[in-house]
Design a protein. Structure first.
Length: 299
């Protein structure tokens, strides 16, 4: 059987009438794409759609609220508005987003998680997000979709007045470091970076209370309340502040397989493949969106 099925082939494969299949297409319930005026159905996507229904029939579950929880990101905020997907944003941190997803309180969770891995490994932790979702209670039917790779580092004052270059330098200079809440991806990254250089959090000169989002980190630095904090290049650039690059990381969206095919998420995933999305990512700075919309992992 071919990888892309025609309407007739898909109806036969699903054991539906063509009329019923067209009803599912019209409601956005079944994965498909239109090419030169004809509907085509990716067989692999149909298999995932069927599996999601077998694991958790839609009639047994109330629809999740159309909300993307988890981590904050400027490009994601913009894409949610511009795509017309109808999804709202509830930024509380990666781990909080996964917990809400498991409880059915959000439709998707934006995550960028980090593990205390081998200190010699200074590349991005490509498996951290899928492993976290795989290990989360109640998310046996989840899928992880790539949104972007993005550059994380130290947001510092314009011109980097303390001459900071890395986390070890933050500790050595007793620079005032603004924190993110426990469970936030940036805070997990900080702990991983400290482990790589053999430092502990209590060896840093931290500023409290914790900042809820990256833009709050930027505001703490801009106001003079902190000397630095971990956030993305896009956050630093938007605030007119300096930026010390540390790592590239995976920023993904996790959601249940049955919700992946709903109209809202599909509108967002179509949008992240557009030229407008790529241009906005380049304008904000610090993003690699070459894999945006790709399925990274299926439970």
């Amino acid at each position: 059987m071919p990888d892309l099925l025609t309407t007739d082939e898909a109806a036969t494969y699903l054991r539906l009438s063509e009329r019923k299949l067209y009803e599912l297409v019209a409601s956005g319930a079944v994965p498909c794409t239109k090419v030169t005026g004809k509907w085509l159905f990716p067989k692999a996507a149909l298999d995932r759609w069927l599996a999601a229904g077998l694991i958790a029939p839609a009639r047994m579950h109330a629809p999740a609220p159309p909300i993307v929880g988890g981590s904050h990101d400027p490009l994601l905020d913009w894409a949610l508005r511009e795509s017309g997907c109808g999804l709202a944003s509830l930024p509380e941190g990666s781990e909080a987003g996964l917990q809400r997803l498991a409880r059915g309180e959000v439709m998707a969770a934006a995550i960028h998680l980090h593990r205390l891995q081998d200190p010699s490994n200074d590349g991005d932790d490509a498996e951290a997000n899928p492993q976290a979702v795989a290990g989360a209670s109640g998310l046996h039917d989840a899928v992880v979709i790539a949104f972007a790779r993005r550059e994380q580092g130290l947001v510092v004052g314009a011109g980097n007045p303390l001459g900071l270059a890395d986390i070890a330098g933050v500790a050595a200079r007793r620079a005032r470091l603004a924190l993110r809440p426990q469970g936030a991806g940036a805070q997990l990254l900080l702990l991983a970076l400290l482990a790589r250089v053999g430092l502990a959090l209590d060896q840093l000169n931290v500023v409290k209370p914790a900042c809820p989002t990256g833009p709050d980190i930027a505001q703490a630095v801009r106001s003079g309340r902190a000397d630095c904090g971990i956030a993305t290049r896009a956050v630093a650039q938007a605030a007119g502040l300096g930026f010390v690059p540390l790592v590239w990381e995976r920023f993904d969206l996790a959601l249940r397989q049955r919700d992946y095919f709903l109209a809202g998420p599909q509108a967002l995933f179509r949008f992240v493949r557009t030229v407008a999305f790529r241009e906005r990512a380049a304008e904000l700075g610090g993003y690699d969106v070459s894999a945006a919309g790709e399925v990274r992992w299926v439970n």
